[in-house]
Ligand binder design. Structure first.
Ligand SMILES: [Zn+2]
Length: 243
């Protein structure tokens, strides 16, 4: 896993996952990304902000934790766009161009992005920013200096701080312990002394475990990660439904 300073220098990968803050990707899709890696797929991670407004942990702590988590996820590369924490704007041109540069550099077939229905304004804004940038990334005449035009075949949105009915649930039971170890890399976010400010009253690891069990129960497995797709997903035939 390498840390990339500029989005335009990210390597080509099959999968690109965006997180508004360091730790969002791991909580929402850590298991799915581990499974994709085991299938031989390459993954790049892009954090929008450094989480500097977080109630716990310094920016330096969170940078080290994100590096460790990226390694544990077997990601090929990780990059931080350095957008302002609590100040992501969906219509900011510099921010848009950073996301466009990431998409064009990685040329992913599949993108993971936050779901816009979320109590944290950064998650909503990041979802809208990524959707806008993904469209613009495919326009040949939009900022050609940011790389060759590209759009991913599929974009999956992951719920963040509030539940959203998923279109797809990935069974992560087989690697759930490995995923928990990935989330544990964010030590500064765990074991709070004062829980009054926590979203939903749970720390990050508790929230991850409770959420993945509840989502897994939707498809009768021990742990799952849910994703939303805009519109129908194409299927050549239904043989995959026959086991
Ligand atoms: Zn977040």
């Amino acid at each position: 896993m390498i840390t990339i300073a500029k989005a335009s220098q990210l390597p080509t990968c099959d999968v690109l996952a965006f997180g508004p803050h360091p730790d969002d990707i791991e909580i929402a899709c850590g298991g799915t990304l581990l499974l994709l890696h085991k299938l031989g797929r390459t993954v790049a991670l892009v954090d929008c902000t450094r989480g500097e407004m977080g109630s716990r942990g310094t920016v330096a702590d969170r940078e080290q934790e994100a590096l460790a988590a990226g390694k544990a996820l077997q990601a090929k590369a990780r990059c931080n766009l350095d957008l302002p924490d609590t100040g992501i704007r969906n219509d900011d041109n510099d921010a848009t161009n950073k996301v466009v540069a990431a998409i064009r550099a990685v040329q992913p077939k599949l993108i993971f992005a936050p779901h816009e229905r979320d109590v944290h304004p950064d998650h909503t804004a990041a979802a809208q920013l990524i959707e806008r940038a993904h469209f613009l990334a495919g326009l040949r005449n939009y900022q050609p200096s940011l790389g060759a035009p590209h759009r991913a075949g599929t974009v999956l949105h992951y719920p963040g701080n509030q539940p959203v009915e998923p279109s797809i649930v990935v069974d992560i039971s087989a690697i759930v312990d490995e995923k928990v170890e990935v989330v544990r890399c964010y030590r500064s976010q765990l074991s709070p002394l004062d829980t009054g400010y926590l979203v939903q009253g749970l720390d990050l690891l508790e929230r991850t475990i409770v959420r993945q069990q509840a989502v897994g129960a939707m498809i009768a497995v021990r742990a799952g990660e849910g994703f939303c797709h805009d519109g129908p997903i194409a299927a050549g035939d239904l043989s995959w439904l026959l086991g």
